[in-house]
Each structure stands twice: as C-alpha cells, then as structure tokens.
Ligand binder design. Structure first.
Ligand code: TYD
Length: 118
C-alpha cells in the first residue's frame, strides 16, 4: 500500500509539526482538550482508535480504522481519544509548533469560551 497525504488535499493547511501516538496501554484515554487556534489532521496509519469530538453543542464519534482516512480537527473542538488497538499508530499533522498556551484543558472553560464565541 502507498497512501499519499498532501497539503491542499487531505491537509487544509501548511504542516509545521508532525507527531505520533503509539504503544498506548489498554484502557488509556487521551486528549481531553481543545485548542484555541491549532488545526490538526489525525490518521490512524496502523490499527484503530475512537475519536470523540465535541464542538460545545454536540458530540460525535469517529472511528479511525483506515490509513486512508484523515480526520480534520479544527480549533475549538474538544477531543478525546479512546479504544486504541494494541497496534495503533496515530499520526497527527499540525499547523503550528507545540504551544501549551494554545490548549484549553478544562471542559467547563471550553464550554464557556465556545458559547462566548458563538
Ligand atoms: P498532550 O497534547 O496533552 O497529549 P494527549 O492529549 O494525547 O494526552 O501532550 C502530552 C504531553 O506531551 C504534554 O506534556 C505536552 C507534550 N507534547 C509536546 O511536548 N509536544 C507535542 O507536539 C505534543 C503533542 C505534546
């Protein structure tokens, strides 16, 4: 298999950072934050995981279980990741470098901000 990931196609921004999440222990859930400005694209290049997305109004769940499926994670979307398969390798492409100040890690604060910006 060969799967291209191109800026302008699956990735709607210029990539400044790439990171991977793997070797996730059974039962571990990750994320539990939103970003003020960061845009990301997540691809399970191996295995699978479940992504819970919350825009402050509604929650949706997306199963990432195919390497040709790219999920866009816009700013101001609370996300949680769970049900990682043993072999899951989650590739994440981001439009900016790591900045802790861009994180919203408190759900109530996220809801308040989300409502204020609506
Ligand atoms: P975090 O984004 O909170 O991961 P998750 O939501 O998957 O639990 O990051 C976990 C830790 O790793 C946190 O201390 C910040 C650090 N980190 C970096 O240093 N650089 C990065 O690019 C990322 C994504 C995280």
């Amino acid at each position: 298999m060969l799967i291209p990931v191109e800026v302008g196609q699956a990735v709607p921004f210029d990539i400044k950072r790439v990171y991977t999440v793997f070797d996730t222990k059974p039962g571990v859930r990750r994320g539990f934050h939103a970003h003020h400005r960061l845009q990301q694209v997540a691809i399970a290049v191996a295995g699978s995981c479940r992504m819970v997305l919350d825009d402050g109004k509604a929650r949706t769940t997306v199963i990432l279980d195919r390497p040709d499926l790219a999920l866009t994670l816009p700013p101001m979307v609370w996300h949680e990741m769970e049900d990682f398969s043993d072999n899951c390798v989650l590739l994440v492409l981001a439009d900016d470098v790591y900045d802790e100040n861009d994180y919203i890690r408190d759900y109530d604060a996220f809801l308040e901000l989300s409502r204020a910006r609506a």
